[in-house]
Structures are given as C-alpha cells and as structure tokens.
Write a protein that binds this ligand. Structure first.
Ligand SMILES: [Zn+2]
Length: 70
C-alpha cells in the first residue's frame, strides 16, 4: 500500500509529475511505498514527490491545505 503525506520542503525537490522545482518552504506531497508493494511492483523503498499543484489536480488538495495551515 502506498502512503501519501504532506510535508514542507527543506531543500529543493523536483515534482515527479510536472517536473517543476519544489522550492524550500513549499508544501508538497510525498508518496511512499514499502518494498515489494503489489501496486507499485517495486523491489526497494519507493518514494516520489508531488508539488501542490499536481496534488490539487489529483484530488489531494486537502492534504496540502491541512499542512499549509500548520
Ligand atoms: Zn507538479
């Protein structure tokens, strides 16, 4: 199973979806799957970063707003 959590970036990252740079201080969504996830088909830990725009477009805006307000 994959897990999506919102974080505030401490260093620059690249959105794995639109490829734009996520700057320090921006809130982004981190997706994590443990090794051998049947949905992802990964062998090791799998992580990706998703910028706020893409998260909102994919219906995860709530995660962003909750984190941004904290
Ligand atoms: Zn993006």
């Amino acid at each position: 199973m994959t897990r999506a959590t919102a974080h505030r970036a401490r260093k620059e990252r690249r959105c794995s979806d639109c490829r734009r740079t996520i700057k320090p201080g921006e809130v982004y969504v981190r997706h994590v799957a443990s090794p051998n996830d049947p949905d992802v088909g990964n062998e090791g830990w799998w992580r990706l970063s998703e910028c706020a725009d893409c998260a909102r477009r994919c219906g995860r805006g709530e995660l962003i707003e909750t984190r941004a307000a904290a």
